[in-house]
Design a protein around this ligand. Structure first.
Ligand code: AMP
Length: 185
């Protein structure tokens, strides 16, 4: 494969997409679930995918990568290491041991909530949100509000997969949004 300006192979997004298995009608009829386990099982491709997610944010002074449990951690950790940044875990209610602040967000049916430690970020924090999938954008928007509540700045967000037909990008204004592979339908 030839390489791009970032030094990563130009065919990388195609190889990543080929390693994502689509499971029709899971977990509910009408949902095409993106199963990333074949990608995770290929060490070279997993590492390259994390590099691809980190690359647009090199040189942007990212101090912290914030990721949401549980699949988000699979990418947040490696992206943080690649950027030399700290990792901030965001978890479902009651999972973090220290004092937390909470953000609620709408699901298709009902609401859910995310929590972060109150001392995880501050005014000098330049944050990148990392997750496996950008779908409706509700999770990433809630993560963005958590960062802002703690006084930090969301520089951008990076995803392995973007389901562009769900329009999640529109819910993340005033930040740079990058995704390694995009599904348009
Ligand atoms: P959303 O808040 O709608 O952007 O959804 C984002 C989260 O939902 C991601 O962290 C994914 O883990 C999960 N998700 C949503 N849709 C899918 C899908 N089709 N395949 C796999 N995971 C999904």
């Amino acid at each position: 494969m030839t390489t791009s300006v970032s030094g990563l192979p130009k065919g990388l997004p195609t190889a990543i997409r080929a390693a994502i298995r689509e499971i029709p009608d899971y977990p509910r009829p009408g949902i095409s679930f993106k199963d990333i386990t074949p990608l995770l099982g290929d060490g070279a491709l997993y590492g390259a995918a994390c590099e691809l997610m980190a690359a647009p944010f090199r040189g942007h002074g990212i101090t912290h990568v914030l990721s949401v449990e549980s699949r988000g951690f699979l990418f947040g950790g490696p992206v943080a290491v690649a950027l030399g940044a700290g990792l901030v875990p965001v978890r479902k209610p009651g999972k973090l041991p220290f004092q937390t602040t909470r953000e609620e967000y709408a699901l298709e049916y009902g609401t859910d909530a995310l929590e972060v430690h109150v001392d995880a970020l501050g005014a000098a924090s330049r944050v990148l949100v990392a997750d496996d999938v950008l779908a409706t954008g509700g999770t990433a928007a809630a993560a963005t509000r958590l960062v802002q509540r703690l006084g930090g700045e969301v520089v951008g967000s990076t995803f392995l997969i973007e389901l562009a037909f769900l329009g999640g990008r529109a819910r993340l204004p005033e930040q740079r949004v990058e995704s390694a592979v995009v599904y348009t339908g």
